[in-house]
Design a binder for this molecule. Sequence first.
Ligand SMILES: [Zn+2]
Length: 110
Amino acid sequence: MNRCSFCKRSADDVGTLVAGAGVYICDDCVVLCAEAVKNKPAGLKRATPVWEGVDDAALIAHLPRIEAIRHLVDDDLRSWVGEARRRGISWDRVGEALGMRRQSAWERFA
Ligand SMILES: [Zn+2]
């Protein structure tokens, strides 16, 4: 089941789930992101949290969310590699695209 990479709600629980390269975003999170972009302080470029404003509990609570997203991205990469292989694209090309040797690509995805 595909989930929003930002809020973790499943496709069944959101209005629209938009797929990107390895990630998904729901309609509610698109609205939140648009608000954040519209209201961002001038000069603020980075998307990562400002560490000073994140207490230890919030930091620890966020770790499993990142880990869950990592799994989603990994699953998506695996399906894209599977499609590449289904199309007959060689392990050499898959490995080259991922910056790894043919053997490493095969060991990871075969
Ligand atoms: Zn969302």
